[in-house]
Design a protein around this ligand. Structure first.
Ligand SMILES: [Zn+2]
Length: 249
């Protein structure tokens, strides 16, 4: 958009600006390091095409490099610190507010960003008065209990998504199954789903960089999960519009 068009948009008081936050980090031997940054754009293009009538939003340039210190030690991981991520989100929010928008919604595709984004979006609310939040697409349906608990990175879901959305970028022949823990393991110190959480780095818990069953991925599953996730994001965006519209001046 041109500056003139941005200056005169009619529905800034309620239509959210959507900011994609991703990562450039190792995704095992079978997926490119750009998966999380790529998936933000995939979700946007699929979910915006499914927006119900009456819903509207604008899309900000994405933050493609995230807080990925947990994936350092593998070639290809780029990272910014939690402070830099916070500063970037605050700077974008401040400008968006100055242009006249009143709502910021984040579509985040990298788990390591979440512990930074949640308190930062509260700052966006208190410092700049914007409505702000993280869009959620809902849980992925039909996973095994093991994959749902410990398939947290470059596993069945992410691999299937990429096979469906950009098949040339995936190499299923290099996909393996490697879990950081098994359901029923006696140990209480696990990377996730444990009473005692540890500050894990992926090199501590995975040789391949995969945490999950990437070998179980298929493009067909990916199509189904992309459809499900896109519908979830579209519904979340519509709900943000509905709430913001109800309280707009
Ligand atoms: Zn990922």
């Amino acid at each position: 958009m041109t500056l003139r068009r941005i200056g005169s948009l009619p529905d800034k008081s309620w239509a959210p600006v959507i900011l994609a936050t991703g990562a450039i980090e190792q995704h095992g031997p079978h997926l490119p390091v750009a998966v999380d940054a790529l998936m933000g754009q995939v979700w946007l293009s699929l979910s915006l095409a499914r927006l119900p009538s009456g819903a509207s939003c604008y899309v900000a340039p994405p933050i493609t490099i995230g807080k990925s210190n947990e994936h350092t030690g593998f070639p290809g991981t780029l990272m910014i610190s939690r402070d830099t991520l916070r500063s970037q989100v605050l700077a974008i929010a401040r400008q968006v507010r100055d242009w006249g928008f009143r709502s910021l919604a984040v579509i985040n595709t990298h788990g390591g960003n979440v512990p930074v984004l949640v308190p930062t979006l509260r700052e966006v609310r208190t410092l700049y008065g914007l409505k702000a939040g993280l869009l959620q697409s809902g849980p992925v349906a039909g996973l095994s209990a093991q994959e749902a608990a410990f398939g947290i990175h470059a596993g069945e879901v992410e691999t299937s998504w990429v096979m469906a959305a950009a098949g040339l970028l995936a190499d299923p022949s290099k996909a393996v199954c490697e879990y950081p823990a098994r359901i029923g393991d006696p140990g209480e110190v696990r990377p996730v789903a444990a009473p005692a959480l540890v500050a894990w780095a992926s090199r501590d818990v995975s040789k391949s960089g995969i945490m999950g069953d990437a070998a179980a991925a298929t493009a067909q599953k990916g199509e189904r999960w992309l459809e499900q996730g896109a519908s979830g994001y579209a519904a979340a965006i519509a709900e943000v519009c509905r709430v913001a519209r109800a309280s707009a001046p």
